[in-house]
Design a protein around this ligand. Structure first.
Ligand SMILES: *Cc1c(COP(=O)(O)O)cnc(C)c1O
Length: 431
């Protein structure tokens, strides 16, 4: 599959190049040239297929022929070595648990898939690739874990000091080997700006091959389309109008869901559920896109002021506002509402959500007010123990730590302090 730049200046390129470069030379995000719907029989029989088979069939067209099918099968099955259960909470609301991977964040799938693709492309290459990643919380851990020990790949993670949870920080600062963490005095937006600046910096790009493991990278973004298929497989015989509520930050996840829909998956509608970083909610109300600097919330992985994947969503809908609006609703919720939702979910269903999932739950409820016939599935994007401070404040219950979390808690943090771009650049130069 070839990919074109959404800035439309750079030439189209291969999957391999799109993965290695991250961004196009004209700074645009890459987008697949074609999306060919899968056979109707695929969806009719989906409940008879394994997750590996579903994922392989769904992603094949975007990856081949550059990765041979046998290799792709292995990559897919290694990526998906855990469960993706749907848990029914009420007659109208279920949750799709995406937190059963090694760092208990939904980003594990994209990170593991991308790491293996890059590892494959790099296996005969003596030049190291340096992956730069800015994280507002969960990306760092998932990428660190997914890329640990991958030959020929070095990972540098930037995270905002004091703005990620204790467990998230441990997950991204304790692995060592080819993974380095930089603790930035500033916000997530500052981290993301530094990464963007590095990609544009000729001094650096002439010195090293830089790429991104944020969802701008097609190999991290596209595998997220699997989730929606896995949920459909579990729900198709029970509900007709399936609607996904996606707790959204950079909008990679919901955008991948829209690709699944383009492939023919019968999804009725999407809900982008936001915290106070709500540029898309405001856009759908006003048809005016007005990004603001990010503000800190209790669902910190969604503290994004200017979501990088929104341009891909616009491409899917040919920049037609009304078409987008007929397929996507968006609501935003305050921290107070999020905490009340954690409490409500627990009291009414005995389910312990995390703050991001709680925002997704609230989005489902808002949508159901005017669409009572729908069945809403909100994505549980992280395990509640990753946000224990917030969850404990609301829910008075023993929440046992899963083994994935226990294993990092007592490890020693190793991070380098970074104040500004010049320090970041100096750090990269001496690698
Ligand atoms: C990254 C993340 C999100 C937001 O996903 P996007 O694809 O950036 O919209 C939501 N919840 C959690 C827990 C995350 O880590």
């Amino acid at each position: 599959m070839n990919y074109y730049s959404l800035n439309n200046i750079a030439p189209t390129t291969t999957f391999e190049n799109a993965v290695i470069k991250g961004l196009a030379p004209d700074r645009g995000l890459y987008f697949p040239e074609n999306i060919t719907p899968l056979d109707a029989s695929f969806f009719e029989n989906i409940e008879n297929l394994s997750n590996e088979d579903i994922a392989f069939e769904a992603i094949k067209q975007f990856i081949s022929p550059e990765i041979p099918e046998a290799v792709l099968k292995t990559i897919v099955s290694e990526t998906l070595s855990f469960d993706f259960p749907v848990v029914k909470l009420t007659e109208s609301i279920s949750t799709l648990e995406l937190f059963h991977g090694p760092t208990m964040a939904f980003k594990d799938v994209g990170a593991r898939f991308m790491a293996r693709c890059l590892g494959y492309f790099n296996k005969n290459n003596s030049n190291e690739v340096t992956v730069l990643v800015a994280t507002s919380g969960d990306t760092g851990g998932a990428v660190a874990n997914g890329f640990l020990g991958v030959k020929g790949v070095r990972v540098v993670i930037l995270y905002p000091s004091g703005k990620v949870s204790n467990i998230q920080e441990k997950q991204l600062t304790t692995l060592g080997q080819n993974i380095t963490a930089l603790e930035v005095e500033g916000t997530f937006d500052d981290c993301q700006d530094m990464v963007k600046k590095a990609f544009l910096d000729d001094d650096l790009t002439s010195l090293m091959q830089l790429t991104s493991a944020n969802s701008i990278n097609v190999a991290r973004w596209l595998p997220q389309l699997f989730y929606f298929m896995f949920a459909y497989k579990q729900l198709k015989h029970q509900y007709k109008d399936i609607v996904f509520s996606v707790p959204s930050g950079n909008f990679g996840n919901v955008c991948a869901g829209m690709i699944a829909q383009k492939l023919g998956l019968p999804i009725k509608h999407f809900i982008a559920s936001n915290n106070d970083n709500n540029v898309v909610t405001r856009y759908l109300e006003s048809n005016s896109y007005d990004p603001k600097p990010s503000v800190q919330t209790v669902s910190n992985a969604m503290d994004v002021g200017n979501p990088s994947n929104f341009i891909r969503i616009q491409a899917i809908y040919n920049n037609e506002f009304d078409t987008l609006k007929s397929n996507l609703s968006s609501y935003s919720f305050t921290d107070e509402e999020t905490k009340q939702a954690l409490d409500e979910i627990y009291k009414t269903t005995n389910y312990i959500a995390d703050p991001h999932g709680a925002v997704g739950y609230l989005g489902s409820k808002s949508y159901l007010k005017t669409n009572p016939e729908a069945h809403c599935v909100f994505l549980e994007t992280a395990h509640p123990t990753k946000f224990l401070d917030v969850v404990k404040e609301v829910i008075d219950a023993e929440i046992p730590l899963p083994p994935q979390i226990k294993s990092v808690i007592d490890k020693q943090k190793v991070a380098t302090d970074i104040k500004d771009y010049s320090e970041f650049k100096a750090f990269l130069t001496q690698l």
